[in-house]
Design a protein around this ligand. Structure first.
Ligand code: TXA
Ligand code: MG
Length: 366
């Protein structure tokens, strides 16, 4: 166990107090010296190390308990630094950078020599992202400009949307944790691969396919994003792991609200009688209808951003309370809904049922 320093940095927009500046410089020194610092971003917390130092990448894999063939995202603080870590930058990447950076978008580009293979998991491509969170941007600059950062969770747990979850998973394993408040978005960045034509979304996120298409024209979608058995491996190596899985067995229930509520309540009654602890992931509109051990709302159906922001916290809560069966409502797959359903389907191992009358139909693909 190592001693993990835990600090809080609030800032006012991108202005920091003298003490906060000093702490950020100290964190930057840790990164430059090959140490690890967890920090807030607008999506989820990142576990940062120097992206150009192979030893830092190895430490990141060890701290997360993550396989080292799973490449890391290189975080930058200035648009022009993309040209440094990418071997070659297509015009489409510059256009996307101008449209969406700083922000929750990651681009896969050919790797430049200076990025070690330890950081890219042995790949000849590199994932690059310029986050918008002021603490993240200042820390990247203080740490040398190129920070490799996966989500700051232990492998197999949901990404941390709050410093308290980072402390749960990483205290004793890294040098410093910076608490900068809760993630605004709550789901990891959109990943788009620009080394293929047309560009392809490898992981859906806040920047939607519709938004990317406005800048790029045609954009394709990795077929494994919403389908259980396309017979293909996902192209982002990390997407093949059962990443977002809660400990309880989870089922998504699709269909008309009344039937969904009826089905979940019947299942919950039956399973509680068998000794299970049953949790339900619902929405503000349906919450009062459910009877189970733990009923949580993601927010209003009218507010997809709230649903994205609350999902991982609720999955963690179900783990903490040792829920053994989880039922979740289903969501549309348009816009941000695509990212929400992608994470829900992964958490549920693609187990989806559609109740029809008093029967049910297995519907593995959304
Ligand atoms: O929002 C985010 O992106 C957060 C914050 C901290 O920035 N980071 C994050 O990192 O989610 P991580 O390591 O948990 O997820 C990175 C994903 C993995 O699925 C990985 O396989 C994929 O990006 N990836 C990284 N480099 C890649 C590459 N060169 N080609 C294809 N996929 C890549
Ligand atoms: Mg992750």
């Amino acid at each position: 166990m190592m001693n993990t320093k835990i600090v809080t940095i609030k800032g006012q927009g991108d202005v920091f107090s003298e003490t906060e500046e000093q702490t950020l410089r100290e964190a930057g020194e840790i990164l430059r010296g090959g140490g690890l610092v967890a920090f807030p971003t607008e999506t989820v917390y990142g576990l940062g190390g120097d992206a150009l130092n192979p030893a830092s990448a190895r430490k990141i894999y060890a701290a997360k308990g993550r396989p080292s063939d799973n490449p890391l995202i290189v975080h930058i603080a200035r648009l022009e630094d993309m040209e440094d870590v990418a071997g070659q930058v297509p015009e489409a990447a510059r256009r996307l950078g101008r449209a969406f950076w700083p922000g929750p978008l990651t681009m896969v580009l050919p790797r430049a020599e200076k990025v070690p293979k330890e950081t890219t998991g042995g790949l000849e491509t590199v994932a690059v992202r310029m986050p918008s969170h002021p603490v993240a941007r200042r820390l990247i600059a203080c740490g040398g400009g190129y920070i490799a950062a996966p989500s700051a969770n232990l492998s197999g747990r949901p990404s941390p949307t709050s410093a308290r979850y980072v402390i749960e998973d990483m205290a004793g394993r890294i040098d410093m944790i910076i608490d900068g408040g809760d993630g605004e978005i709550g789901l990891e960045s959109t990943i788009v691969d620009l080394t293929v034509d047309p560009p392809q979304i490898l992981r859906p996120g806040y920047i939607t396919r519709e938004m990317l298409s406005q800048v790029l024209g045609e954009v394709s979608l990795d077929q494994t994003i919403l389908t259980a058995d396309s017979g293909q491996a996902p192209r982002a190596p990390g997407m093949k792991y059962r990443h977002y899985a809660p400990r309880g067995e989870m089922t998504i229930v699709s269909g008309q609200v009344a039937e969904v509520v009826g089905y979940i309540n019947a299942q919950a009654a039956r399973e509680r009688a068998q000794g299970h602890k049953v949790g339900v992931i619902g929405t503000d509109e349906s919450l009062p209808e459910y009877q189970a051990d733990l009923v949580c709302s993601l927010g209003s159906r009218q507010d997809e951003e709230s649903i994205a922001r609350h999902l991982y916290g609720i999955l963690r809560r179900f783990d903490d309370e040792q829920v053994t069966r989880i039922y979740s409502e289903c969501f549309d797959t348009m816009g941000l809904g695509q990212a929400i359903m992608n994470r829900l389907l992964k958490a549920a191992g693609h187990r989806v049922v559609t109740p029809v009358g008093n029967r049910e139909r297995q519907s593995p693909d959304i």
